[in-house]
Design a protein around this ligand. Structure first.
Ligand code: ATP
Ligand code: MG
Length: 642
């Protein structure tokens, strides 16, 4: 509200300045009635631009003040002559009978514009009341002023001088407009008056120069001054004012543009529309949301809206203004990378699109109070929930569904690897399921947003216990083969329905990866497999589950070179589904070729080495597990081993 009103004030000030500027300049000509006038006349909108003020607002011809306050109509200005006509000449006003004069103005003098002056005799009644008719032979008499004013007027057209007139009479000079002599013309006073008066004028030289040089010739009582100084100052002031006005205009304009731009961005950020979401990128590839909107969308991060808590923050269910459901991850404070890097990573992650990857809509802006990540909302929980969590009792995950989940997850990971992104946290908690049990792999690359100081062991390790590539503990680096390892754990979970880590299991079986490896190696896969899935009753399921166990075995190899790439995993899953899976070495033993047979021949973890690996994890400094404690699976892990 403040910005629009300040813009309105700016424009109002500007308007006043412009009006003032327009008024302070003298027009060369101006219209009064239907006639054009110029200096020395002016009108009230520019009173300082002339010596005589015309009233142009009464409609019809303008008027000018003449003798004794009478206002006469002014008709034309030609060169230095004007014609003025007494008001209402059809009714002669006795006040007219006095010598004609214009109001005094020291800068200008008027004189008759015609030589045909008519002399009027104004004769007062005396006590004798003797007739004067004989004194003025051939004159007309106008007696209408006798009763009220006690004088008569004797007149004769075109008589300029009268000598020897009686003492009670005085002459009135009347500069009558010249007319060709017309013997038939009525010899009335009206005839004399309706021609009007023609006047010439003479503006004093200095005043005229003043006017010509663009200054104001200002009359004050008996004198006049040229307002050179003031006018120049005024010019300077006007210059400054107009520069200031331009500046204000520019400022107003800029404020307006910025305000509009911010509004647009806010609208874009705050009210992300379905079409925005469909068309993808809005702001550098990721949508930027306003904190307030997300706060509103999640009922101020109400605990009833909590979907769960992970290692990076708490996830809330939210609904945007246009009804789109979102999952808002509220990151734990201040542990993310520098803001710039963070936004960069978001840009990369938000650009990744795959039907089995969770859609990252975007995040709050770098200026926001808190960093929030906004994801599409997936309603059916996680794979972990269905396998061994709160939804496990429903027994909803039949074998074909599990097979499909494995394939979709592998596809999503292969796509990530092709896009040069390592997931770094593949686990059943990060595999979300929609109502048709389609996979949405979540939190890919999330750890990229956080510091990765490999030289310092107290830094939060990447990944979740039970899923972490054992090689990570050798070199503190995760590769795409680390994702393959974690995926191997997911496969083991899919066939066994067991959690990746369970401290209630025997010591060397706490990690499902170890448990699975040992069972498969000992040819005791049936001890690993969830019996409710039809392994014993359905030969197809039996075949597929055994093959998946073999594939998991390949993925869980200690040496990363022995593990397949994600593309190969996808291929393998497809062949398992289609019944063409072969556990034999496929070609002539190329180094990077994988097969179950080959994997079986490679040194595999004995129970002792498994324990050793366990020790490496459990014996990490407390600070490591401290950081990990926020993940639920980690909590039980660190607790039991301390
Ligand atoms: P990590 O931090 O390692 O990813 P996590 O996956 O257990 O661990 P979060 O990713 O924070 O933790 O997610 C917590 C829970 O929130 C998930 O287990 C899931 O139930 C829920 N959740 C997360 N994202 C979504 C989503 N997009 N739609 C619906 N529920 C979600
Ligand atoms: Mg997660």
């Amino acid at each position: 509200m403040a910005i629009p009103s300040s813009i309105a004030i700016c424009f109002f000030i500007l308007y006043l300045l412009i009006v003032h500027l327009a008024e302070s300049r003298c027009p060369k000509e101006f219209k009064c009635g239907s006639t054009t006038f110029s200096f020395p006349f002016t009108k009230h909108t520019h009173p300082r631009c002339g010596l005589y003020l015309l009233d142009c607002d009464s409609g019809g011809p303008g008027t000018i003040e003449v003798q004794h306050g009478q206002r006469w109509r002014i008709y034309s200005q030609r060169a230095d002559t004007i014609r003025i006509i007494p008001p209402n000449y059809t009714r002669i006003d006795c006040g007219l009978f006095q010598n004609f004069s214009m109001p005094f103005n020291p800068a200008i003098s008027f004189f008759p514009g015609d030589i045909n002056e008519t002399v009027l005799m104004k004769c007062y009644t005396d006590y004798s009341n003797a007739s004067l008719d004989k004194s003025f032979p051939g004159f007309e008499k106008f007696g209408e002023c006798q009763e009220k004013h006690q004088f008569d007027i004797y007149y004769k057209y075109d008589v300029r001088t009268i000598s020897n007139h009686p003492s009670r009479c005085s002459t009135i000079q009347w500069p009558v407009k010249a007319r060709p002599f017309d013997p038939k013309a009525p010899k009335t006073l009206f005839y004399i008056f309706d021609a009007g008066v023609r006047l010439k004028w003479n503006v004093s030289e200095s005043c005229n120069d003043c006017y010509l040089s663009g200054e104001h010739c200002v009359v004050n009582q008996s004198n006049y001054t040229c307002t050179k100084e003031k006018h120049r100052k005024l010019g300077l002031v006007l210059g400054i004012v107009s520069a200031g006005a331009s500046f204000i205009l520019l400022l107003c304009f800029s404020i307006f543009i910025i305000w509009k731009w911010k509004q647009r961005i806010n609208r874009g950020q705050n009210f992300i529309s379905k079409s925005d979401l469909e068309s993808g990128s809005i702001y550098f590839g990721a949508s930027v949301f306003s904190y307030d909107d997300l706060q509103k969308a999640t009922d101020n991060f109400a605990s009833s809206k909590e979907l769960g808590e992970g290692g990076f923050g708490i996830v809330y269910h939210g609904e945007l203004q246009d009804g789109i459901e979102v999952a808002v991850k509220r990151l734990f404070e201040n542990n993310y990378k520098r803001m710039e890097q963070f936004m960069n990573e978001i840009k990369i992650l938000a650009r990744l699109r795959h039907p089995n990857l969770l859609y990252l809509y975007g995040c709050t802006s770098r200026h926001s109070r808190e960093l929030l990540l906004v994801y599409e909302y997936i309603p059916n929980g996680t794979l972990a929930d269905h396998l061994h969590g709160e939804k496990a009792n429903a027994l909803s995950l039949t074998w074909p569904i599990r097979m499909n989940i494995a394939l979709q997850t592998a596809n999503a990971l292969a796509y990530l690897h092709k896009s040069d992104v390592i997931h770094r946290d593949v686990k059943t908690d990060n595999i979300l399921l929609d109502n048709e049990y389609n996979v949405k792999v979540a939190d890919f690359g999330l750890s990229r947003l956080f510091p990765n100081d490999v030289t310092h062991v107290s830094t939060a390790p990447q990944g979740t216990p039970g899923y972490v590539d054992p090689e990570y503990y050798e070199c503190y680096q995760l590769t795409d083969k680390s994702d393959v390892y974690s995926f191997g754990v997911v496969l083991a979970e899919l066939i066994s329905s067991l959690p990746a880590v369970d401290v209630k299991r025997k010591r060397h079986e706490v990690n499902l990866s170890n448990l699975a490896m040992m069972k498969i190696q000992k040819n005791a896969t049936h001890e690993l497999i969830d019996p409710t899935l039809g392994h014993d009753s359905d030969p197809e399921v039996h075949r597929m589950m055994n093959s998946i166990a073999e594939l998991a075995f390949c993925c869980l190899q200690l040496e990363k070179e022995m593990r397949p790439g994600m593309e190969e995993v996808v291929e393998a899953l497809e062949t398992i589904r289609d019944g063409t899976w072969s556990s034999e070495i496929k070609n002539d033993g190329a180094v990077d070729d994988f097969s179950f047979e080959k994997a079986m021949k490679s040194p595999s973890p004995s129970e002792e080495s498994v324990l050793l690996k366990d020790m490496k994890v459990t014996n990490s400094p407390v600070s490591v597990t401290d950081v990990w404690v926020s993940g639920s699976s980690t909590l039980s892990w660190s607790h039991d081993n301390s």
